[in-house]
Design a protein around this ligand. Sequence first.
Ligand code: PNS
Length: 175
Amino acid sequence: MQPKPARVVAIYPGSFDPITSGHLDLIERGSRLFDRLIVSVVRNENKQPLFSVDERTEMLVEAVAEMPNVEVDCFEGLLIEYARTKQATVLLRGVRAVSDYEYELQMAHMNRRLAPEIETIMLTAREAHSFISSRLVKEVISLGGDIAGLVPRFVEKRLRQRLHLAAEEEEPIRL
Ligand code: PNS
Protein backbone atom coordinates (compact mmCIF):
# COMPACT_ATOMS: atom_id res chain seq x y z
CA MET A 1 0.00 0.00 0.00
CA GLN A 2 1.30 3.42 -0.90
CA PRO A 3 1.09 6.04 1.86
CA LYS A 4 -1.21 9.01 1.32
CA PRO A 5 0.67 11.66 -0.67
CA ALA A 6 1.13 15.08 0.96
CA ARG A 7 -0.85 16.64 -1.87
CA VAL A 8 -3.58 14.62 -3.55
CA VAL A 9 -3.74 15.16 -7.31
CA ALA A 10 -6.89 14.00 -9.11
CA ILE A 11 -7.64 13.73 -12.82
CA TYR A 12 -11.15 14.32 -14.13
CA PRO A 13 -11.02 12.84 -17.65
CA GLY A 14 -13.70 13.07 -20.30
CA SER A 15 -14.81 14.15 -23.75
CA PHE A 16 -16.43 17.42 -22.57
CA ASP A 17 -18.01 18.04 -26.01
CA PRO A 18 -18.95 20.55 -24.68
CA ILE A 19 -18.78 21.10 -20.92
CA THR A 20 -22.22 21.02 -19.26
CA SER A 21 -23.52 22.34 -15.93
CA GLY A 22 -23.25 18.75 -14.65
CA HIS A 23 -19.51 18.63 -15.45
CA LEU A 24 -19.01 22.05 -13.90
CA ASP A 25 -20.73 21.00 -10.68
CA LEU A 26 -18.52 17.92 -10.45
CA ILE A 27 -15.40 20.06 -11.03
CA GLU A 28 -16.44 22.46 -8.24
CA ARG A 29 -17.09 19.60 -5.83
CA GLY A 30 -13.85 17.86 -6.85
CA SER A 31 -11.88 21.06 -6.29
CA ARG A 32 -13.00 20.95 -2.64
CA LEU A 33 -11.91 17.33 -2.19
CA PHE A 34 -8.45 17.33 -3.75
CA ASP A 35 -5.41 19.58 -3.53
CA ARG A 36 -5.10 19.77 -7.29
CA LEU A 37 -7.66 18.78 -9.90
CA ILE A 38 -6.69 18.35 -13.54
CA VAL A 39 -9.64 18.32 -15.93
CA SER A 40 -8.36 16.52 -18.97
CA VAL A 41 -9.87 16.26 -22.44
CA VAL A 42 -9.30 12.95 -24.19
CA ARG A 43 -7.93 13.02 -27.74
CA ASN A 44 -9.94 10.28 -29.38
CA GLU A 45 -9.62 9.99 -33.13
CA ASN A 46 -12.49 7.48 -33.30
CA LYS A 47 -15.13 9.94 -32.09
CA GLN A 48 -16.58 12.68 -34.27
CA PRO A 49 -16.77 15.59 -31.83
CA LEU A 50 -18.61 18.84 -32.50
CA PHE A 51 -15.74 20.88 -31.03
CA SER A 52 -12.01 20.29 -31.49
CA VAL A 53 -9.87 19.38 -28.47
CA ASP A 54 -8.51 22.95 -28.50
CA GLU A 55 -12.02 24.45 -28.48
CA ARG A 56 -13.18 22.15 -25.68
CA THR A 57 -10.06 23.00 -23.70
CA GLU A 58 -10.68 26.71 -24.23
CA MET A 59 -14.24 26.41 -22.91
CA LEU A 60 -13.07 24.45 -19.87
CA VAL A 61 -10.38 27.04 -19.13
CA GLU A 62 -13.04 29.77 -19.16
CA ALA A 63 -15.37 27.70 -16.96
CA VAL A 64 -12.76 27.00 -14.25
CA ALA A 65 -11.17 30.47 -14.26
CA GLU A 66 -12.30 31.15 -10.67
CA MET A 67 -11.01 27.86 -9.26
CA PRO A 68 -7.32 28.24 -8.36
CA ASN A 69 -6.55 24.56 -7.76
CA VAL A 70 -8.13 23.39 -11.02
CA GLU A 71 -6.25 23.19 -14.30
CA VAL A 72 -7.16 22.02 -17.78
CA ASP A 73 -5.14 19.70 -19.98
CA CYS A 74 -5.60 17.05 -22.66
CA PHE A 75 -4.26 13.56 -23.08
CA GLU A 76 -4.09 10.63 -25.45
CA GLY A 77 -3.39 6.97 -24.92
CA LEU A 78 -4.02 5.13 -21.68
CA LEU A 79 -5.54 7.24 -18.94
CA ILE A 80 -3.55 5.56 -16.16
CA GLU A 81 -0.25 6.23 -17.95
CA TYR A 82 -1.22 9.87 -18.25
CA ALA A 83 -2.25 9.95 -14.57
CA ARG A 84 1.13 8.53 -13.59
CA THR A 85 2.95 11.27 -15.50
CA LYS A 86 0.97 13.80 -13.45
CA GLN A 87 1.61 11.95 -10.16
CA ALA A 88 -2.15 11.69 -9.77
CA THR A 89 -3.52 9.08 -7.38
CA VAL A 90 -7.22 9.65 -8.07
CA LEU A 91 -9.43 9.44 -11.15
CA LEU A 92 -12.66 11.37 -10.68
CA ARG A 93 -15.83 10.41 -12.54
CA GLY A 94 -19.47 11.41 -12.24
CA VAL A 95 -22.38 8.99 -12.13
CA ARG A 96 -25.84 10.24 -13.12
CA ALA A 97 -27.85 7.04 -13.12
CA VAL A 98 -27.60 3.28 -12.77
CA SER A 99 -27.08 3.10 -16.53
CA ASP A 100 -23.82 5.09 -16.15
CA TYR A 101 -22.68 2.92 -13.29
CA GLU A 102 -22.14 -0.25 -15.31
CA TYR A 103 -19.75 1.46 -17.74
CA GLU A 104 -18.02 3.38 -14.96
CA LEU A 105 -17.58 0.23 -12.87
CA GLN A 106 -16.05 -1.62 -15.80
CA MET A 107 -13.59 1.22 -16.44
CA ALA A 108 -12.76 1.54 -12.74
CA HIS A 109 -11.99 -2.19 -12.49
CA MET A 110 -9.88 -2.17 -15.63
CA ASN A 111 -7.97 0.89 -14.48
CA ARG A 112 -7.39 -0.68 -11.05
CA ARG A 113 -6.04 -3.81 -12.67
CA LEU A 114 -3.68 -1.71 -14.79
CA ALA A 115 -2.70 0.66 -11.96
CA PRO A 116 -3.60 -0.57 -8.45
CA GLU A 117 -2.04 2.54 -6.90
CA ILE A 118 -4.65 4.81 -8.56
CA GLU A 119 -8.16 4.98 -7.08
CA THR A 120 -11.30 5.85 -9.04
CA ILE A 121 -13.66 8.04 -7.07
CA MET A 122 -17.19 8.41 -8.38
CA LEU A 123 -19.38 11.28 -7.29
CA THR A 124 -23.10 11.11 -7.85
CA ALA A 125 -24.47 13.92 -9.98
CA ARG A 126 -26.73 16.45 -8.32
CA GLU A 127 -30.40 15.42 -8.89
CA ALA A 128 -30.98 18.58 -10.93
CA HIS A 129 -28.20 17.54 -13.32
CA SER A 130 -28.90 13.84 -13.50
CA PHE A 131 -30.46 14.01 -16.97
CA ILE A 132 -27.90 16.34 -18.59
CA SER A 133 -25.46 14.98 -21.15
CA SER A 134 -23.41 16.76 -23.81
CA ARG A 135 -25.06 14.56 -26.44
CA LEU A 136 -28.62 15.47 -25.44
CA VAL A 137 -27.77 19.16 -25.05
CA LYS A 138 -26.46 19.21 -28.64
CA GLU A 139 -29.54 17.38 -29.91
CA VAL A 140 -32.01 19.65 -28.08
CA ILE A 141 -30.40 22.94 -29.14
CA SER A 142 -30.02 21.81 -32.75
CA LEU A 143 -33.75 21.05 -32.84
CA GLY A 144 -34.67 24.45 -31.42
CA GLY A 145 -35.17 23.43 -27.76
CA ASP A 146 -34.26 25.53 -24.75
CA ILE A 147 -30.99 24.57 -23.04
CA ALA A 148 -30.78 27.51 -20.62
CA GLY A 149 -29.11 26.37 -17.39
CA LEU A 150 -27.90 23.09 -18.86
CA VAL A 151 -24.57 24.55 -19.99
CA PRO A 152 -22.79 27.81 -19.05
CA ARG A 153 -24.06 30.85 -21.05
CA PHE A 154 -20.86 31.22 -23.05
CA VAL A 155 -21.04 27.55 -24.07
CA GLU A 156 -24.61 28.02 -25.32
CA LYS A 157 -23.34 30.92 -27.43
CA ARG A 158 -20.55 28.75 -28.87
CA LEU A 159 -23.08 25.99 -29.64
CA ARG A 160 -25.34 28.44 -31.47
CA GLN A 161 -22.41 29.69 -33.54
CA ARG A 162 -21.20 26.19 -34.40
CA LEU A 163 -24.67 24.97 -35.33
CA HIS A 164 -25.48 28.19 -37.23
CA LEU A 165 -28.49 28.92 -35.05
CA ALA A 166 -29.91 32.37 -34.39
CA ALA A 167 -28.52 34.05 -31.27
CA GLU A 168 -30.76 34.12 -28.20
CA GLU A 169 -32.82 37.32 -27.88
CA GLU A 170 -31.19 39.66 -25.38
CA GLU A 171 -33.35 40.48 -22.34
CA PRO A 172 -35.02 43.87 -23.07
CA ILE A 173 -33.63 46.67 -20.92
CA ARG A 174 -36.42 47.90 -18.65
CA LEU A 175 -36.45 51.57 -17.80
O1 PNS B 1 -16.59 11.63 -21.18
P1 PNS B 1 -16.36 10.20 -21.60
O2 PNS B 1 -16.36 10.10 -23.11
O3 PNS B 1 -17.32 9.25 -20.94
O4 PNS B 1 -14.87 9.80 -21.08
C1 PNS B 1 -14.35 8.52 -21.33
C2 PNS B 1 -12.86 8.43 -20.92
C3 PNS B 1 -12.05 9.56 -21.53
C4 PNS B 1 -12.74 8.52 -19.42
C5 PNS B 1 -12.33 7.04 -21.40
O5 PNS B 1 -12.67 6.85 -22.73
C6 PNS B 1 -10.83 6.89 -21.25
O6 PNS B 1 -10.32 6.75 -20.15
N1 PNS B 1 -10.09 6.94 -22.39
C7 PNS B 1 -8.64 6.83 -22.41
C8 PNS B 1 -8.16 5.48 -22.93
C9 PNS B 1 -8.10 4.46 -21.81
O7 PNS B 1 -7.38 4.60 -20.85
N2 PNS B 1 -8.92 3.41 -21.97
C10 PNS B 1 -9.08 2.38 -20.95
C11 PNS B 1 -10.08 2.81 -19.90
S1 PNS B 1 -10.56 1.48 -18.90
